[in-house]
Design a protein around this ligand. Structure first.
Ligand code: SF4
Ligand code: SF4
Length: 340
């Protein structure tokens, strides 16, 4: 796609700059129509944009701004012009999630359903993953477990071919095990597996937990929820997680940066006032937990649900890898299988 074709995408841009009020990048570089009319600006901005979609949610004609940045990344990646060094940390982390002993697929014979906790949640909240799997197994006897990576960063880096290959390989492995339904506990994993076209039914762990009996109203007080940008349009999930919070005894505070107007976890410093940044947040995304913790006080929804069995600290990358290794080993000891 050349500059003229990109500009055509923004023919209906009104130049209202509503999007710019929501984003530090757009404030610096101009509105998307201005960015994509300038090759150098478009190249510079492609990997600065976090693909959070807040601009698009606020844009009156709902222009496909995120898709334009994605196309731009895919072009740069295919030309080898992507920022290799900057992407390296994420690529290494994802690659480790794809190798044994951190990768482990298990489904007892005849089981058609497996739980996919995702890398970040398994690494930062291993005890919660264990308990969640145990709870889910009660309603889905013989529930399998798939420790693997959704490769969301590979998708977002613009590596279209590599991402398609990763999803195909995962699909092939699930098919070989007879798994037809995957339960995901992370909205970012869910978004990656869905957009990658994984050929299994995807279910949200949050919906399943919501259907389970829960009467331990241990908490009190009001909490602020952070909705992941990957859930921006998912009203059903927003309602479900709010119900889950209420069941723990907490109230959910209404605020202006929730639901489809949510802010990007990487933009907390830009989006939040000093007072808002001091307010503790609850997230239900493993990725947001990591990113938000760099500047904001944050806990995971499962800390409320399971009574903080992992503590409230958010571990760094090395600790997350160790936690995942231990979690796979723990599961293997309980359910030895040739698949693991
Ligand atoms: S997607 Fe997010 S980071 Fe990218 S331009 Fe829009 S608001 Fe800014
Ligand atoms: S909000 Fe939409 S219409 Fe307004 S400047 Fe941004 S892209 Fe253009």
């Amino acid at each position: 796609m050349n500059t003229a074709e990109f500009s055509a995408l923004f023919e209906s841009c009104k130049g209202c700059d509503t999007c710019r009020d929501a984003c530090a990048l757009l404030q610096r570089e101009g509105n998307p129509a201005e960015i994509f009319a300038d090759v150098e600006k478009a190249r510079r901005s492609a990997y600065e944009c976090t693909l959070c979609g807040r601009c698009e949610a606020l844009c009156p004609p709902k222009l496909e701004i995120v898709e334009a940045f994605r196309i731009s990344r895919r072009m740069l990646y295919s030309q080898g012009k992507h920022p290799r060094l900057r992407l390296m940390g994420g690529q290494l982390y994802q690659w480790l999630g794809k190798v044994r002993p951190l990768k482990a697929h298990f489904a007892p014979k005849g089981s058609k359903v497996a739980f996919f906790p995702g890398c970040n949640l398994s690494g930062s909240r291993p005890e919660a993953v264990w308990r969640l799997w145990s709870e889910l197994e009660k309603v889905s006897p013989g529930l399998g477990l798939v420790f693997d990576c959704c490769m969301v960063l590979q998708r977002d880096s613009g590596d279209e071919v590599g991402f398609a290959r990763s999803i195909t390989e995962l699909g092939r492995s699930l098919k070989a095990m007879g798994v037809e339904t995957l339960i995901s506990a992370c909205p970012s994993c869910n978004s990656a597996l869905e957009t990658g076209g994984l050929e299994v039914e995807l279910k949200s762990a949050f919906d399943l937990i919501d259907a389970m009996p829960f009467d331990a109203k241990v908490g009190k007080g009001t909490i602020r929820l952070h909705d992941a940008c990957s859930t921006r349009e998912d009203r059903n999930l927003h309602e479900t997680v709010r119900r889950l919070v209420h069941k723990t005894g907490h109230r959910v505070e209404n605020h202006t940066l929730e639901g489809d107007k949510t802010f990007c976890c990487s933009h907390a410093a830009f989006s939040l006032t000093a007072q808002e940044a001091e307010t503790p947040y609850i997230t239900y995304c493993g990725g947001c937990l990591q990113t938000l913790s760099k500047g904001v006080s944050v806990r995971h929804l499962f800390d409320l649900w399971f009574g903080s069995p992992d503590g409230e600290e958010v571990p760094g990358m090395a600790r997350r890898l160790v936690n995942r290794f231990k979690l796979v080993r723990r599961f293997k000891a309980r359910r030895p299988s040739p698949d693991l």
